[in-house]
Design a binder for this molecule. Structure first.
Ligand code: HEM
Length: 410
């Protein structure tokens, strides 16, 4: 069987038909698959069975901190070829946030941000999220067509997270450009300079934001974190900057794609769309199923902090271990008929938000945004349909499942 390479994970074929890719992967019959290189990270192990992915994400021997990574020569890293990835890694060494560190730093940084993301606090945002969704559709209703990504899926979550962080409305469009550039540049070896440039601009922006919050504190997450730094000495200036950066980026890009991928999946399964439109009480289980079937985050990564035997292999200290969340979500040992989109699925232990201590902090927010977005689109646009053939749609070159646009008519 044809060998799988790192670039297969971000190829257009994989994005259009992940199930076909998964079948190729599972057909290799090696539950721990060895990749020669993964976008310049060097050689890497890949787990894709649900059981293995859960075990790895819950095992404290698999860590996040890049400072514990083996030197590039031991990974077989191909020199400067994939400098963009190295650039990111370097940046996170100096700019740690909860997603790039291990306990006890992880526990400290996550606790500082977590109050704002409890299910109870998030549920209180429902009326405002509904209002934003309605305003976005008011703006396009007369036109009868839109790019669902630009006109709806992007502005909804970026507006919500910006309000939570106390970021001025006028600055929000800037984030899309920066995040898109990072998304597309991070896997492209020639775009090392773009990665540096955009990260610098982001940092400059956040520094200005922090200065404003110091002068005029508000009732927002940024002001709270500034206070924890200035008065409580609970996090460093770089940790503060990187945490705000993480909340901006993680707080919108993934949800944009849940909405985009989710609507596309429903449009391709009209009977499921009809069912959801006729019974909005199915929205919570529909969101879970769309996360399983078309979740945006396809891969997560860890490093081995010691030599670890697994499935007859020896994962050496400092080596990279990738887990395919998208693969685990279609594992036939875990899900019956995983290739079927079933919005009434009851047993749905998908891993779209990860597992273990790094389980997505924003999951309650993403779920709520998904429910409001799908519910509003289906109720207000009864004739929603694709404006192009599904094969014409394109994806960003990224390990996120991320449509470049989604033209629809209604
Ligand atoms: C559909 C939307 C989303 C998906 C699929 C998603 C997925 C994920 C995944 C898979 C992880 C774990 C990565 C790993 O273990 O390496 C994660 C972590 C995280 N996510 Fe999300 N996310 C979404 C929305 C959000 C939102 C709206 C926020 C809000 C700020 C957010 C904030 C975070 C943060 C802060 C972490 C790091 C948690 C930690 O390290 O303890 N995410 N997300």
């Amino acid at each position: 069987m044809e060998k799988i390479t790192g670039s297969d994970f971000a190829s257009p074929e994989t994005m259009h038909d992940f199930m076909a890719f998964y079948k190729r992967l599972a057909g290799q019959q090696e539950p721990l698959y060895r990749l020669d290189d993964f976008f310049g990270m060097g050689g890497a192990w890949l787990a894709f069975r649900h059981e293995d992915v859960v075990a790895i994400l819950k095992d404290p021997r698999f860590v996040k901190d890049v400072r514990k990574l083996a030197p590039p020569q031991d990974q077989g890293e191909p020199g400067q070829k994939y400098a963009s990835v190295s650039k990111f890694r370097q940046w996170f060494k100096e700019m740690p946030n909860m997603l790039t560190v291990d306990p006890p730093d992880h526990t400290r940084l996550r606790r500082l941000a977590s109050k704002a993301f409890t299910p109870h606090t998030i549920e209180g945002l429902r009326p405002r999220i509904q209002q934003i969704a309605d305003e976005l559709l008011d703006a396009v209703q007369e036109r009868g067509r839109m790019d669902l990504i630009t006109d709806f899926a992007y502005p909804l979550p970026i507006t919500v997270i910006s309000e939570m962080l106390g970021i001025p409305v006028a600055d929000r469009d800037q984030f899309r450009e920066w995040t898109r550039k990072l998304l597309n540049a991070s896997l492209d070896p020639k775009q090392e300079d773009t990665v540096s440039e955009v990260l610098d601009k982001f940092v400059e922006y956040i520094k200005t934001l922090l200065a404003e919050k110091r002068a005029h504190p508000g009732n927002d997450i940024t002001s709270g974190l500034v206070q924890a730094h200035d008065e409580g000495d609970q996090l460093s200036e770089n940790e503060l900057l990187s945490t705000i950066w993480l909340l901006i980026v993680a707080g919108h890009e993934t949800t944009v794609n849940l909405i985009g991928n989710g609507i596309l999946a429903l449009l391709k399964h009209p009977e499921q769309m009809r069912l959801l439109r006729s019974d909005p009480s199915l929205l919570p289980s529909a969101v879970e199923e769309l996360l399983r079937y078309a979740g945006p985050v396809m891969i997560a990564s860890r490093f081995a902090s010691e030599d670890i035997p697994m499935h007859g292999n020896e994962i050496r200290k400092g080596e990279i271990v990738l887990v395919s969340l998208a693969g685990a979500n279609v594992d036939p040992h875990k899900f019956s008929h995983p290739e079927v989109l079933d919005i009434t699925r009851e047993e749905n232990e998908h891993l779209a938000f990860g597992k273990g201590i790094h389980l997505c902090l924003g999951a309650p927010l993403a779920r709520l945004e998904g429910q409001v977005a799908f519910g509003t689109l289906l109720q207000r646009l009864p004739h929603l349909r694709l404006a192009v053939e599904p094969e014409q749609l394109t994806y960003n070159r990224s390990t996120l499942r991320s449509l470049t646009s989604l033209p629809v008519l209604f």
